[in-house]
Write a protein that binds this ligand. Structure first.
Ligand code: BG6
Length: 513
């Protein structure tokens, strides 16, 4: 294991198992899952007898599947092209199983195949099911797994386990999430369910906890007495990238804010957990979500902004408008930009606004959290330039992971001129460029039965409770959808939302590209 690896110390205890990927011909398998499995294999973190079965509708041989996966690894893996030696060990353990998701025979033959592989590779009934299909298939697959007895554990085999990883989106609203939870929990106990949010697999997101709770100096000022407000930005410089059909039914609020940004918010705002055990952390995250009072319609109108990109130009290149994207309804009101001001009504954060924004085709890509502290009293240096120079702590998640603090310094010269300057810590300078992909960490954690970085049932439902109230008012056309040009920072209204209270959005720096 590399010295600076952040993979769990007990990673080498990973026992051989079968990873069954449902929807294996989809994008995620070739782009993320197989590259992750390849990297984990090459680092010796997966047991060499681990097998992968791709389950999907299209007819294909094992060999076709292997070739497609090799192509995926060669195009998308962080270590590429694939090393021949490693690939030759991995390839014979990749299999393809063709079936529709509704066909009971397909699951019966899967069961037979798994038993055969169990014997051949000594897997002892350890199985990880990965639901990487369209969300409309999730309940069918889980029900079929249940019917075929593939969710049950043989009581005479103490080493066996069954786990299921569920991709996002997890439901479309609270009701559908509850139904899905109910259907999954009919076959799998909650302890067997791993709901994925790939943001939790990102190194910098995990570093948030280390930053907060391994450094004594920040915790005392991490509250409403010292913090003026918090900004969470996840900006993308790309559009819907051929996913118009899905995206048009979701929108940015469901696709990004409900999960990734809410997760970032909970990690920033949570109380110190009693331990690093998965449920201890998730208990604290749920408490944060429960402290956010869902908005009444008039609050939604005042505190949220929704936007959609129009046809335009970015860096000299033409960009088609959202409505021209394939799969998007001609009159679609779906937002490609969302900005939400939330209030956490607890002792620590009472009165501190949390501003969350995310959008597609924005000026540049970047995800960061900015904690704005109260300004120093304006009696001495701040006097002539009141309104500038608050201390801002920036936790940059991507693309260049860093932690920065904006402080005020005296500009050289005879006059006493104060100017804000930046102190930065760059992860790659300190630790080199080794950084496992989110899916590597998450797959390994599921195999090791560590659910810390996965979303618990009550977490997902609490987040939907907040989002549903916003969606309901948006569906009634309030506030109206605004339009923005590609390459901008979204609709002007998002700037106005902060300006009303004398604040403004931080511009993501150029060098973060
Ligand atoms: C996914 C969303 O969950 O996250 C996509 O469905 C989005 O719409 C993606 O593009 C962004 O992830 P990342 O890791 O590139 O920031």
């Amino acid at each position: 294991m590399p010295e600076n690896s952040s993979v769990p110390q007990n990673a080498l205890q990973a026992k051989p198992c079968a990873i069954v990927i449902f929807g294996a011909t989809g994008d995620l398998t070739a782009r993320k899952l197989l590259p992750a499995i390849y990297n984990l294999t090459s680092e010796g973190l997966l047991h060499p007898d681990t097998v992968v079965i791709g389950f999907a509708r299209r007819p294909k041989t094992d060999d076709d599947f292997r070739q497609e996966m090799l192509k995926g690894i060669n195009s998308f893996s962080r270590n590429r092209p694939a090393d021949n030696g490693i690939w030759e060990k991995l390839a014979p353990r990749l299999f393809y199983h063709q079936s529709t998701f509704e066909d009971a025979h397909g699951y019966a033959s899967l069961a037979a195949r798994l038993s055969e592989l169990d014997k051949r590779f000594g897997l002892s009934g350890r199985r990880l099911y990965y639901l990487s299909t369209s969300p409309t298939e999730f309940s069918t697959i889980v029900a079929q797994l249940g019917e075929a007895g593939l969710g049950n554990i043989d009581p005479f085999n103490s080493g066996a386990w069954r786990r299921v990883i569920v991709e996002k989106p997890f439901g479309h609203d609270l009701k559908s999430a509850q139904e899905l939870n109910h259907q999954i929990n009919r076959v799998f106990d909650e302890s067997q369910v791993f709901r994925i949010d790939h943001y939790l697999g990102k190194q910098t997101v995990q570093n948030l906890l280390v930053f907060r709770f391994a450094n004594g100096i920040f915790e005392p000022i991490w509250n409403r007495r010292y913090v003026d407000h918090v900004q969470v930005t996840v900006a993308e410089d790309i559009g819907v990238e051929g996913r118009g059909g899905y995206f048009d039914t979701a929108g940015t609020l469901r696709d990004m804010i409900q999960n990734h940004l809410m997760q970032l918010l909970t990690l920033v705002a949570m109380e110190p957990p009693v331990s690093l055990e998965g449920n201890a952390i998730r208990d604290e995250k749920v408490r944060v979500l429960k402290s956010i009072i869902p908005y009444a319609p008039e609050q939604v109108e005042r505190m949220t902004v929704r936007g959609q990109y129009v046809r335009g130009e970015k860096q000299g290149k033409p960009v088609i408008g959202y409505l021209e994207e394939r799969g998007v309804a001609p009159q679609s009101q779906t937002e490609t930009y969302a900005c939400v001001q939330l209030a956490i009504d607890n002792w620590r954060w009472y009165g501190v606004p949390f501003y969350l924004r995310s959008g597609k085709h924005l000026k540049r890509k970047g995800s960061e959290i900015n904690i704005h502290f109260n300004r120093a009293p304006g009696v001495l240096f701040n006097k002539p330039q009141r309104g500038t120079g608050a201390n801002v702590l920036t936790l940059r998640i991507q693309p260049r992971e860093s932690i920065g603090l904006q402080i005020n310094a005296k500009r050289p010269g005879t006059a006493t001129a104060v100017t804000p300057v930046q102190m930065d810590f760059e992860y790659h300078e300190a630790f080199g460029s080794y950084s496992p992909e989110a899916y590597e960490r998450l797959l390994l954690d599921a195999i090791l039965n560590d659910s810390t970085l996965f979303i618990r049932r009550d977490e997902v439902e609490s987040a939907w409770q907040i989002i549903d109230r916003i969606e309901e008012t948006w569906a009634a056309g309030k506030p109206p959808l605004k339009f923005y040009s590609p390459g901008s920072w979204g609709p002007d209204e998002a700037e106005q939302l902060l300006r009303g209270s004398g604040r403004s959005w931080d511009e993501l720096p150029q060098e973060s590209q």
